[in-house]
Design a protein around this ligand. Structure first.
Ligand code: PXP
Length: 247
């Protein structure tokens, strides 16, 4: 078992809030610093084709803000491959991307896309970038990752999280958890480091965190949302103090 399960924090939605006003605040680089201070093990960002959250200029700033490894989530476009090669993040997690989706809805079809993925995995690996494939917890996909020589797979926990939210179907939850457990074991047995992520929350994280082969979880939306509640009191108090001091 890995001694410590690494936590990669996805800070995309700090940029989503910033972009809503078009200015510089809140700054994802400052969020990265807080993640580092709080014991996070890595920073994850997804540079999307439409740049709806993280933007190109953020990459360098976020990368420089801490000594933590940067995990760049990216689609398989030529543009993203060039950007990944230019920035050489610690890791690149290849994800499927649909323009109209709200978030990454499913895993990459690593089996069906072998010929498209093979040169990308090779180019990134040659540049020293640790390639991860974001896949469904399915044996076909783990085997495809093995054929592609990917050192890491990230198992999509979205279906598990969905089943967790529907407690009326406990057999579905058990099925989803078993798929992730089995695929983490299959990947590890074949020399691939398994990670997991998507839709993880305080409530549903522990059964996943208990899977012994998993080395890393990547968590974003819930943590940024939760930060509003744990941080709002302090920010309102500070504003109250500043206003009171001015009188
Ligand atoms: N891992 C991958 C590959 C993702 O695409 C995402 C969402 O961007 C996450 C993890 C984090 O998911 P969430 O924001 O639901 O925690």
């Amino acid at each position: 078992m890995n001694e410590r399960l690494r936590l990669g924090v996805n800070i995309d939605h700090v940029a989503t809030i910033r972009n809503a006003r078009g200015g510089d605040h809140p700054d994802p680089a400052r969020a990265a610093e807080i993640v580092a201070q709080a014991g996070g093990d890595g920073i994850t960002v997804h540079l999307r084709e439409d740049r709806r959250h993280i933007r190109d200029h953020d990459l360098e700033r976020v990368q420089a803000a801490t000594g933590l490894p940067l995990n760049l989530e990216m689609a398989t476009t030529d543009e993203m491959v060039e950007i990944a090669l230019r920035h050489a993040p610690h890791a690149a997690c290849i994800v499927p991307e649909k323009r109209e989706e709200r978030t990454t809805e499913g895993g990459l079809d690593a089996a069906g896309l072998h010929n498209q993925l093979a040169p990308i995995v090779a180019r990134l690996s040659d540049a020293g970038v640790r390639v991860s494939l974001f896949i469904e917890p399915d044996p076909r996909q783990v085997e495809a990752a093995m054929k592609l020589g990917a050192p890491v797979v990230e198992l999509h926990t979205g279906e598990y999280a969905h089943a967790f939210d529907h407690p009326g179907q406990p057999e579905q939850l058990a099925y989803e958890l078993k798929r992730i457990t089995d695929m983490a074991a299959l990947a590890a047995k074949n020399g691939i480091e398994p990670h997991a992520g998507h839709g993880l929350t305080y409530d549903n994280v522990q059964p996943i965190a208990a899977i012994p082969q998993l080395a890393e979880l990547n968590i974003g939306h819930y943590l940024i949302g939760e930060a509003i509640f744990t941080g709002l009191e302090a920010s309102v108090r500070r504003m109250r103090t500043l206003m009171d001091e001015a009188r």
